[in-house]
Design a protein around this ligand. Sequence first.
Ligand code: HBI
Ligand code: FE
Length: 294
Amino acid sequence: MNLPSAPAAHEVKLRGDYSAAGPDYAVEQIWHGYTPAQHALWGRLLDRQSALVQRYAAQQFLAGLAKLGVERRIPRFDAASEVLHRATGWRIVAVPGLIPEQQFFAHLAERRFPVTVWLRTPEEIDYLVEPDVFHDFFGHVPLLCDPVFADFVQAYGAAGAKAVAEGGLKMLARLYWYCVEFGLIRDGGRLRAYGAGILSSAGETAYSIDSDAPHRIGFDLTRVMRTDYLIDAYQKTYFVVDSFEQLFRSAYDTDFAPIYRAHRDQAGFAPDAVLPTDVLWTRADGEAPRHAGA
Ligand code: HBI
Ligand code: FE
């Protein structure tokens, strides 16, 4: 079983049980296997983030969260998939954890979102390196109820297969990181967060919008694809889209191959770089704090 290398600056030992995974890395969600303590931990995580996202999350995320009717127990993926499928044709596929890029992209291209079946431990309530069911479900699934964003993620997945062939994997992973995981969006004159890595993190949800420490730079596809990222600290730069239509158009209208060819052998821009061509919303004025658990 060729286990994936986690998309991380440092290798992590994968903790899921991959023994029952199929060639597409799908497993069963053994919902009766979750303990009352795990459901209670899910409830604590949900209470904390639900309060924060009301104030900081994109409207489309909040609409999806409401549509899913997330309860204070670990969700049943098959029931949530029925709601999701009616909204945008997506379904959840249960996975043991991080899976290889190739299978990950293939699932996205066919409107299946991989959701990890295990939940973090109480000691990891503030931070864990590998995505768990709370990050994947609470962070990612609500926005997949938005038709435009759902189309973007499907187009992103379809681009994945080609990226593997054209040496663009690292650049495509940056697009996922700075948008799907840590993206901000304009909401009138203010900014709101839509990235799953932000909205599933108690500390980073407020930080991404309120702090003066990070840069906030207008989204530009090539700029994002050329910018490195770190995984063990709050982001030093967030990219701001005007709309999900802008994001979708960037993935759907653009042939990524010329971008891969032009830049695949170049070093990425530093996570805290500011370029003369950047449209700056805010410029950093300090150090991004490290994650509590890092
Ligand atoms: N696997 N289950 C899972 N979840 C992810 O978010 C994920 C993955 N494998 C690869 C991956 N993400 C990243 O390399 C993406 O940037 C492609
Ligand atoms: Fe994620």
